[in-house]
Design a protein around this ligand. Sequence first.
Ligand code: TXA
Ligand code: MG
Length: 307
Amino acid sequence: MDDQIAKAAGLLRAGRLVAFPTETVYGLGGNALSDAAAAAIYVAKGRPSFNPLIVHVASLEAAKRHALFNTVALRLAEQFWPGPLTLILPRRTDCALSLLVSAGLDSVAIRAPAHPLARALLEATQLPLAAPSANRSGHVSPTEAEHVRDELGDRVGMILDGGPCPIGVESTVVDVTGDAPVILRPGSITVEQLRQITAGVSFSVPGGVVKSPGMMERHYAPSKKLRLNAREIGEGEALLAFGAPLANARILENLSEGGDLAEAATNLFRMLRALDATSARAIAVMPVPEQGLGVAINDRLRRAAAD
Ligand code: TXA
Ligand code: MG
């Protein structure tokens, strides 16, 4: 793997794009200091230019070179980094990150990933790496190298294959530019975990000002229609089960037979892809409890089901 890391680092330093695994999903990485590399990410994903990118760094120390941390931000970073928490922070006036990663905002999204290959790549490049999820814009996030190959294979210099991502849903995005932290995207760090560190964590108001441009209604979407909270299976529907499956499913994937939310998160995007590739007319989804990781799972399912 060392030679793979060295090759990937060389490509990134030369301004090319490299997809790499994180603990959440695969990212489409590029040098975050480079306008050309940031622009190439938007083009490769077909991502609207108003939707900013997450910058991955090795440590809190590295993040402080680019952004300002208030007390709450510091506490959260110290507790959850390296890990699946993205902080929206004010850019420093001397911030060297490409303005394109912020898409015109005066803030920047930063996280320190925990995945050993992501960390090895940050270490080998000594660069901050801009990396949105490595899927075409609006599609389901990739949790395996194969998913990236299917969607972006011809648009990346290299795909660093680290096997399936251990968590499977994206990081939690928390805006800490104000006094009280606001969750812009539920993710693998749960509200309960955040509340243990900081009181007064709130969710951004649905239908209010969209503070996170990526949180448009329809997103994370397979091409087949999804029907949520299914209690029975309709004509021509495949089933995405959670727990004991509904009767009469001809085409079935089970997020977790034992009703385990962490297992369900790991399986979610892979199973959506698998069911999307079947002959079924639509996908019926059994209810998933709205607690812990279930909040992030249900968020992705609702977006996938939106018209
Ligand atoms: O787990 C993850 O977060 C993965 C891995 C690869 O790190 N990345 C990921 O990136 O999911 P992406 O680009 O698919 O989602 C980033 C989200 C988007 O909803 C985007 O709008 C939001 O973060 N975002 C980025 N910068 C922002 C900013 N300055 N202010 C508000 N929201 C921002
Ligand atoms: Mg994404």
